[in-house]
Design a protein around this ligand. Structure first.
Ligand code: RUB
Length: 319
């Protein structure tokens, strides 16, 4: 019943061939469009059933990136509004396709806008540090470089999956002066850094950031050495569930990403943990760059209120 292409996208998200919270959200929303294009539904109810099935499947791929359910919620809201008018099957299909396309275009535009807004906060000659691989953070860095600000960038490896290598490649291709360091070298070099800039998988209503494991250490060390710590995050990364006190789930991934079975046996089979993300408290964050402008972390609640009203936490993204 579920199109093969949807199953493949869900697998690609789970296995991180599609990764980064923004990319994950766009891919997830795309599956709704694909579901409609391949639909065998004979009526509106059957189409909604297919959409629910796809939505649940992709939402379960990775639990932390709140952009994923928020993307689905964007389309579901348009569908729920349309349902009030008793649409025909064809009309509802069109609504889904249009809403999915709209989300994908807008989210890409948001990343570009973040680059324009954020780059204004980068000064000529700044030395930056980034962790993991975030298209929003890179948008700021690439924009600043395009303005001939003569920046230098330190990129962490980001164990265990080495997303820092992707970051290096993108920045080197743009001709930027980049230095790759191991994650543990962050404190040694922090006094050379003017601004650390990272992306977000989720931002909670109190302004705390959930991002790649190791981000909170970067923030802590930045605070210690009075280095600025910026977050680049589209507003669909803000978690409405946290408005009513829900916690953002931290994904635990396969421990073989950390150490393979053979090596593990050699060292006496210790237990291994592999959390993919960690939480940075708001007091370590200087500002959050969104497509709507720059906010202090304390304004996260206001963004959520504007985006979701008082409906926070109602999980109304399901069709
Ligand atoms: C990626 C990661 C990125 C955010 C933001 O983790 O932590 O910093 O997702 O990325 P993973 P973007 O590699 O486990 O997906 O700005 O591209 O949305």
């Amino acid at each position: 019943m579920i199109p093969d292409e949807v199953i493949q996208i869900a697998r690609d998200i789970k296995d991180m061939r599609i990764r980064g919270a923004g990319e994950i959200a766009r891919a997830a929303v795309k599956t709704l469009g694909i579901t409609v294009l391949n639909s065998k539904a004979n009526n509106v109810q059957e189409l909604l059933e297919e959409l629910r099935y796809t939505a649940r499947m992709v939402i379960n791929t990775r639990p932390t990136a709140v952009s994923l359910p928020n993307g689905i919620r964007y389309v579901a809201k348009k569908v729920n509004d349309e349902l009030k008018r008793n649409p025909t099957l064809e009309e509802l299909k069109e609504t889904v396709e249009k809403a999915a396309e709209e989300f994908m275009v807008n989210s890409q535009k948001a990343v570009e806008r973040i680059g324009e807004i954020g780059s204004k906060r980068i000064k000529k000659g700044d030395v930056l540090l980034t962790h993991c691989n975030s298209s929003a953070a890179l948008s700021v860095i690439l924009n600043a470089a395009n303005q001939n600000k003569d920046i230098k960038v330190f990129a962490t490896e980001t164990r265990p999956k080495f997303q820092g290598h992707i970051t290096c490649k993108i920045l080197r291709d743009a001709g930027i002066d980049v230095t790759l360091i191991i994650d543990d070298a962050v404190r040694l070099y922090m006094n050379k850094i003017d601004t650390a800039i990272v992306g977000a998988d989720a931002i909670s209503s109190n302004g705390a950031l959930v991002n790649k494991i190791g981000t909170s250490t970067v923030a802590l060390v930045a605070k210690e050495s009075r280095t600025l710590f910026f977050v680049a995050a589209e507003t669909y990364k803000f978690s409405s569930e946290t408005m009513i006190g829900e916690l953002i789930e931290i994904e635990e991934r396969d421990t073989e990403e950390v150490i393979d079975r053979e090596e593990l046996e050699k060292i006496g089979n210790p237990k291994v943990l592999n959390p993919a993300f960690d939480v940075t408290p708001p007091q370590y964050i200087d500002l959050i760059i969104t497509e709507r402008g720059i906010i202090p972390p304390q304004a996260a609640f206001t963004i959520l209120q504007e985006e979701f009203g008082w409906l926070g936490g109602e999980k109304e993204y399901l069709f």
